[in-house]
Design a protein around this ligand. Structure first.
Ligand SMILES: Cc1ncc(COP(=O)(O)O)c(C=O)c1O
Length: 384
């Protein structure tokens, strides 16, 4: 059972869709499917604006978003509270931007008032920020940050890779300029596709570049020409990952059948259940109180327990795969993903049970069943 924070398990319908005979990307049947995918994505992004699909992992869309907006010498404010925030800053720096990293402690939420204050200097062209910092399990207040950007005329570039499809993100209402999403997280589609929405303001900024864009594949205007401006049929400018798109189409249909609101509520209850069970077992959550994301749960590896052995036992004996910490948090935290179709009671019951058993075997003092009981309480209280 795959319970890492992406890629996540995909529904059998998605697997079946990917095993269809190969189809050409210019075939009318495929083109009309792509047309439908683009409309479905707008609904998931909660925008009437433009959405572009790239064949590439989430990072390709982070690079496209930053690269198309930024020119050499531009000032960028990068909000950094973990590995993925730092990645955005690094991408901007490599594009020749003058990057100011505004750092917040690992596991905390960024303070929007500090960000607003910094943006008021009037020097910044763009801001980068990660919504759900998957390396820590903490969430940043995107609505407030996007508003501060709008107020100050700064382009907001947001990584919603582990939030969109699991947590409410209102691209248009909140005025997010560029929002990046990966297929393999809360959308529960196969890995290999990245999507991003682009606001009118962002298009204006891209169209008015002084320097020629060095990118060809990641040229968003080129992609727009095929995926947005063509009336019919819309298509991709290059050969896309066809099987991944067939899988994405089915995954999006599953989202529409469930309804976005129901999906957010399911993730909320599962997130609460996971946190309550971790606390009941006697473990300590890693993010600060109130900073928690509902799409993954991270906890501190307790004294005397070796992280690799814990995760190894969970996988080998109990068949549940969870993730460890990254970079400076290696060996210090465990991260459990509950996104898409993995955010369901049967998966989290199995995960918590495996965690309890593995910890018990390793000599950690806990009351067996305490985590399961906490899950039951949350599910029954919330009428899941
Ligand atoms: C928040 C966040 N941003 C970016 C990425 C990078 O995505 P990819 O590995 O698809 O390039 C990840 C992957 O875990 C992520 O969680």
């Amino acid at each position: 059972m795959l319970m890492v924070p992406g890629p996540v398990e995909v529904h059998p319908r998605v697997l079946r869709a990917m095993s269809q005979p190969m189809i050409g990307h210019l075939d009318p049947d495929f083109v009309s499917l792509l047309d439908e995918i683009l409309d479905m994505l707008r609904r998931v992004f909660q925008t009437r604006g433009d959405v572009i699909i790239l064949t590439g992992s989430g990072t390709s869309a982070m690079e496209a978003a930053v690269g198309n907006v930024i020119e050499r010498g531009d000032k960028v404010l990068s909000v950094v509270s973990g590995l993925f925030g730092r990645r955005f800053a690094e991408i901007a720096r490599r594009r020749g931007a003058e990057v100011h990293e505004m750092k917040f402690p690992l596991g905390s939420s960024a303070d929007p008032s500090k960000i607003k204050e910094e943006l008021e200097s009037g020097e910044y062209k763009a801001l980068t920020v990660v919504h759900c910092e998957t390396s820590t399990g903490a969430l940043n207040p995107i609505e407030e940050i996007a508003k501060a950007c709008r107020d100050e005329g700064v382009i907001s570039i947001v990584d919603g890779i582990t939030s969109v499809g699991g947590i409410d993100v209102r691209t248009e209402e909140w005025g997010i300029d560029l929002l990046v999403v990966g297929s393999q997280k809360c959308l529960a589609a196969p890995p290999g596709l990245a999507m991003l929405s682009v606001s009118e303001r962002a298009w204006e900024c891209i169209e008015n570049r002084k320097e020629e864009l060095p990118d060809y594949y990641l040229d968003l205007l080129r992609n727009k020409g095929y995926m947005v401006d063509r009336l019919s049929p819309r298509r991709t400018p290059f050969t896309p990952g066809v099987p991944a798109l067939l899988g994405l189409y089915e995954a999006l249909k599953l989202i529409e059948e469930e309804g976005l609101e129901n999906r957010f509520e399911r993730h909320r209850i599962i997130g609460e259940g996971m946190r309550e069970s971790i606390k009941a077992i006697g473990l300590e959550l890693f993010p600060e109180e109130g900073a928690y994301s509902n799409t993954l749960t991270s906890f501190k590896v307790p004294e005397g327990i070796e992280d690799k052995e814990l995760r190894g036992r969970m996988k080998e004996k109990y068949g549940v795969i969870v993730a460890g910490g990254l970079e400076e948090l290696t060996g210090k935290i465990v991260r459990i993903g509950h996104m898409g179709i993995s955010a369901v009671p049967q998966n989290v019951f199995a995960t918590v049970s495996a965690l309890e058993c593995a910890l018990h075997e390793m000599g950690f003092k806990l009351e067996l069943g305490s985590g399961i009981s906490a899950l039951e309480d949350v599910f029954l209280r919330n009428n899941l």
